[in-house]
Design a protein around this ligand. Structure first.
Ligand code: UT7
Length: 333
């Protein structure tokens, strides 16, 4: 096998799947001590989607994937690598990617999950790009999916107003540099693991009546610390990858940031000198969908005809770990 295919990863098509259940800020006013005014002004979220009935992480992933595959003209059995980026798998074992593989009939794919908090899609894209650059894969299906509503503490107003469920998928193929990933980078700092975590349900604290009584299966978060960190690394990592490919913020046509808080997005864009017209925002309708934020925003932008072939697009995200990452690509079109 050659170590370089001479090609880079190109996003050939996109798809998304969102649960039908919707929770507005006014619904939340009935559940916890909060208000539409506080949530809208402090976060930018107006409503979020929530799985109901038979919907699962893997069913949303499958639905988003089917759309992306159909649009790319790729049959499930032609996929040679399937990556699912998620922190909310259907179950601890096996990986969600195995379940999605079975639902799709992607019988010739190697599959694995990427667990990198809300940065999962960016991590997955970086990994996919390495497989393409080395010639180890030709048809990659990358899913960014998270279903956080079952692991949110609906008694904790600090977290329950923020998150929503959703899935986005992309088909990635080898393309010339002018139509694909120019540079990407993954970062992490495990010393900050305690800022965003779920204490129980793993092997250090398996589920028992005490973990349930103490609400240890729900997300715990230090919001203000993550906020400060996020503003810093969103701008820094975008600048870093721009620099890696000899570009500047002014060269960007669009930035697609992780959607955690509109104030984080605005502050990061201010630091980068970008106008909000260049930035894709959907947090008002979906809240923070973790790994799904970026691919869902991409799919909506494609549907709206926002991107022209060759546009320079930046992707950037941060999340539990802490992890963060950024990518600069020429839009395939
Ligand atoms: O993908 C990564 C995941 N996480 C994040 O990105 C989180 C990043 N952090 C944030 O987005 C913000 O820190 C939050 C939205 C979580 C919180 O906003 P904040 O402006 O940092 O508020 P705060 O935590 O400093 O709290 C300010 C006040 C507090 O009241 P007191 O102590 O000043 O009386 C909170 O108790 O706001 C109160 N508060 C609320 N009030 C009404 C916190 N949550 C709520 C709420 N409704 N939902």
């Amino acid at each position: 096998m050659s170590l370089s295919s001479g090609k880079v990863a190109g996003i050939i098509s996109t798809g998304r799947a969102l649960p039908v259940g919707k929770i507005t800020n006014f619904d939340l006013e009935e559940i916890v001590e909060t208000s539409d005014e506080w949530i809208s002004s402090r976060t930018g979220v107006k409503e979020r989607r929530m799985m109901i009935r038979e919907e699962t992480n893997s069913s949303l992933s499958t639905a988003a994937s089917q759309i992306a595959l159909e649009r790319a003209g790729v049959k499930p059995e032609e996929v040679d690598l399937l990556i699912v980026a998620t922190v909310t798998p259907d179950q601890p074992l096996p990986s969600t990617s195995c379940l999605v593989q079975a639902h799709l009939g992607a019988s010739n794919a190697a599959v694995f999950d990427v667990v990198a908090g809300c940065t999962g899609f960016l991590y997955g894209l970086h990994v996919a790009d390495q497989f393409i650059r080395t010639g180890a894969a030709r048809n990659i299906l990358l899913v960014g999916v998270d279903t956080l509503t079952p692991v949110i503490d609906w008694q904790d107003r600090n977290t329950c107003v923020l998150f929503g469920d959703g899935a986005g998928a992309v088909v990635i193929q080898p393309v010339e540099k002018e139509r694909g990933v120019l540079a990407s980078k993954m970062f992490s700092d495990g010393n900050q693991a305690g800022l965003l975590y779920i204490p129980a349900g793993g092997t250090s604290a398996p589920a028992n009546h005490l973990t349930v009584e103490n609400r240890m299966h729900y997300v715990k978060m230090n919001g203000p610390e993550i906020f400060k960190f996020a503003v810093k690394v969103m701008a820094e990592s975008t600048l870093k990858v721009l620099d890696m490919c000899g570009k500047k913020p002014a060269d960007l046509d669009f930035l697609v940031p992780h959607q955690a808080n509109i104030r984080i997005i605005e502050s990061a864009c201010k630091k980068l000198g970008l106008s909000m017209e260049q930035v894709l925002v959907n947090i008002d309708r979906y809240g923070n969908m973790s790994s799904a934020s970026v691919p869902v925003a991409l799919d909506e932008a494609v549907e709206e005809g926002k991107f022209k072939p060759g546009d320079l697009v930046g992707l950037v995200a941060f999340g539990a770990g802490l992890t963060w990452g950024a990518s600069i690509l020429h839009w395939y079109g």
